[in-house]
Design a protein around this ligand. Sequence first.
Ligand SMILES: [Zn+2]
Length: 61
Amino acid sequence: MDDLYECPYCGESGQIDLDSDVDLDSPGDQVFVQDCAVCCRPCTVTVRVAADGTASVSVDQ
Ligand SMILES: [Zn+2]
């Protein structure tokens, strides 16, 4: 499963591979840094996993 986010630096859409980057079986916040594919700057990605396994993504500089 992939999810899209908007780069906080350049505004381009990036893709997060939720299957490999996030443990959807563990509810809570999971934070990792992913370099933007367009501007190569590090985006801090926070994935909030709900108890039912759904994820919501927010991205900060
Ligand atoms: Zn970018």
